[in-house]
Design a protein around this ligand. Sequence first.
Ligand code: NAP
Length: 304
Amino acid sequence: MTPENVLVETSRLIDGKQTAEDIKVEIAAEVAQRRAAGHKVPHLAAILVGHDGGSETYVRNKVLACERVGFASTLLRYEDDITEAELLAKVAELNEDPEIDGFIVQLPLPRHIDPDKVIEAIRPEKDVDGFHPMNIGRMVAGLPALLPATPSGIVELLARQGIKTSGKHCVVIGRSNIVGTPVSILLAKNLDTANCTVTLCHSRTQNLADICRTADIVVAAIGRPEFVTADMIKPGAVVIDVGTTRVADASKKSGFTLKGDVNFSEVAPLASRITPVPGGVGPMTIAMLLLNTLRAAKGEIHPK
Ligand code: NAP
């Protein structure tokens, strides 16, 4: 069952696509203003290694989004036999290229390349994915930083949808460095858009369903289709589904359906607000990547 064939009042759906569109309109206006004032347009580069279908789609969408807001973009493609040393040399080139304001290395990388080594090689001021330990550390310390795109996209989505977070109990399922852990940190910050009491769960958590049932807000970032079921949700909870797993589907032209981590048909009738997959968190991730690139171009976080 997919979001489109479950009846949920639109007022309960959290429309990440529209919210991301609003952010893109704001970014495009600022870019146009900066260009008129004689500044160069922000330039995002993306490195894509290999031919993973999901990664190809994500990178294509990121490049299209750049065009949409008036950024310049460069896609650098390499076969999956590129060596770690060769990839690190490309990263070093982009670090030094004054034309490039920010860049990403699309994950996952082939097994012979250590992603941590690659992430640490990116200059923090050009790390628009917000994965570098310097940016993560600054985020934890509450200093200005390029924030990881998906976690900051979730916080922004809650804020722009008028969902109150202060004092709420938020249960995050999943503790990855790119989603679960940073979103739990951001939601616990002493900020108007956060101030949650956060419980971070993972595969060793006992009584996960019991803990989830105490949540006012559930963020599911697991990568297991339809893992979160109705018995795990308190009626009226807000449910944010980060999961995007490709599941084979012969009825689709592409041959697959994108599945979230939440069993939408069971959970949507219980939730006060819920994100669909697709159209929820995914578009926000791209919007926040663009925002990071604009900030990097302005030298806002790490002055140039
Ligand atoms: P990940 O690195 O594989 O981490 C998955 C996390 O889920 C781990 O912390 C794991 O626990 C936990 N987990 C796995 N099985 C569990 C279980 N049975 N009970 C409780 N916790 C469990 O995944 P990720 O990179 O965070 O991505 C998660 C999902 O989000 C994926 O579907 C990914 O495609 C999607 N995603 C979407 C976006 C977007 O923009 N929409 C962006 C990034 C990721 P352990 O740590 O104990 O192993």
